[in-house]
Design a protein around this ligand. Structure first.
Ligand code: MEV
Length: 434
């Protein structure tokens, strides 16, 4: 009989598991699984990451080698559950390493915070006091921004806007630079410090106070960071694309690729899937390096929808027999603070990447995204995606069906070059096991 649980967080891990099994009427063997995946010596590190922890959830930590980015070679750590992503990234990286590599540049690293407030005045008057308000907020946050300023960051600018369709609700949109940290805590602390000073300024100012009292509604960073932007390109002579062209000529392949990219620019249904292929690479590196993948997804998906309709994040140019393919994406990443300094494998990922700055990590992550997308689109316009996908999927299916090593090796031989499905593999194993 299920009932509301009181004080769950205060129970020991063992009692949490006991209560869970009782309430959900689960098999007692689950206790062993939860126990099995606890870390024998470093569980305390994981216990500090979240709450109500009863075990750890494992995902593979992989390496995609041969990423040549701005003439520097990287081996990129990727954490992902989808078979074929690491293989596709590695294949594309190897190919592009021989064809000029990835050219990347950080366009800017501005991040945003918002103070929302109600007030009966015109926001444009507030903008005319911008310099005075900036001086005031620099003064109010002097001690909390000092370290960040020493690292080249801090509060950069402020702008007032009225919220669409809400005449008396406004925002102070504050621009920040946060050096090598993702900066969420820094930005939120600054905003909460600034808000009462800003509201006092409005409520006590001779020219502003006649418009009624200003009141803070909330202070929070924005995960929409269109000015924390990185660009990554690959380019080569069209003829060099032959290894990816399958049964097509290199120039037919390039044209088919271009059409596929243009479809993603013009059709939101395709754009979402096209971008999903980009995020296969991006999320895997973001997760491996202990960054906030929800923030990255939210910000970049909003960026993809910034014009009239949601669109693919890549653009393509074919001119004078040159193929130039570019990804532009906002990536608000950090390389200090948060999980990057506490999770043992996030720390290992940072070591593998030679301790990159946040700007370097933006470029590495963008390259992983573009590599995966290039591989996916190249397959789609030639052999189709299932051939490559299913080969790797086969080993997952075999594991799910608890195939022995001998059965696996017969299955791998039998299904070489065939598109497989769960039921076909199951049937094959049933025959073998007769
Ligand atoms: C699958 O994870 C990703 C793809 O769907 C991406 C794409 O369609 O471009 C293959």
């Amino acid at each position: 009989m299920r009932s509301l649980v009181k004080g769950f967080s205060r129970l020991s891990r063992e009692d949490k598991v006991k209560l869970l099994l009782e309430q959900q009427e689960l098999a007692p063997q689950l206790t062993e699984s939860f126990q099995e995946y606890l870390h024998p010596t470093k569980q305390h590190l994981f216990n500090d990451i979240s709450e109500n922890i009863i075990s750890n959830y494992y995902l593979p930590f992989s390496i995609a080698p041969n990423f040549l980015i701005n003439d520097e070679l990287y081996m990129i750590p990727m954490v992902i559950e989808e078979s074929s992503v690491v293989a596709a990234a590695s294949k594309a990286a190897g190919f592009w390493a021989k064809n000029g590599g990835f050219r990347t540049k950080v366009i800017d690293t501005l991040k945003n915070g918002q103070i929302h407030f109600t007030w009966n005045g015109d926001y444009q008057i507030l903008n005319s006091y911008k310099d005075e308000i900036l001086r005031l907020i620099h003064l109010a946050t002097g001690s909390i921004t000092q370290k960040m300023r020493e690292r080249g960051g801090g509060i950069v600018d402020i702008e007032f806007k009225t919220i669409a369709n809400m005449a008396n609700t406004h925002q102070a949109l504050i621009k920040f630079k946060t050096a090598d940290s993702m900066g969420a805590n820094f930005i939120n602390t600054c905003l909460e410090t600034i808000a009462p000073h800003l509201i006092d300024f409005i409520n006590n100012h001779d020219q502003l106070k006649s418009n009624g009292k200003a009141t803070t509604i909330m202070c929070i960073l924005s995960n929409y960071t269109p000015e924390c932007l990185v660009e990554c390109s690959i380019s080569c002579d069209i003829e060099q694309l032959k290894p990816y062209a399958g049964n097509y000529s290199a120039s037919e392949f390039a044209e088919r690729f271009k059409t596929a990219v243009e479809i993603a620019i013009n059709d939101p249904y395709r754009a979402v899937t096209h971008n999903k292929g980009i995020f296969n690479g991006i999320d895997a590196v973001v997760l491996a390096t202990g960054n906030d993948f929800r923030a990255i997804e939210a910000g970049a998906q909003a960026y993809a929808a910034q014009s009239a309709s949601y669109a693919g994040l890549t653009s393509i140019d074919i001119n004078n027999k040159q193929f130039v393919y570019t990804l532009k994406v906002p990536l608000a990443l950090g390389t200090v603070g948060g999980l990057t300094n506490t999770h043992p494998l996030a720390k290992a990922a940072m070591q593998i990447l030679q301790h990159p700055s946040a700007e370097q990590l933006m470029q590495i992550v963008a390259a992983a995204g573009l590599a995966n997308n290039f591989g996916a689109v190249a397959s789609l316009v030639t052999s189709g995606i299932q051939k490559g996908h299913m080969k790797l999927h086969l080993s997952n299916v075999l594991n799910a069906l608890e195939a022995s090593e001998a059965e696996k090796s017969s299955a791998l031989k039998h299904f070489k070059d065939t598109v497989v499905s769960y039921s076909v593999v199951e049937e094959f194993l049933n025959e073998l096991r007769k």
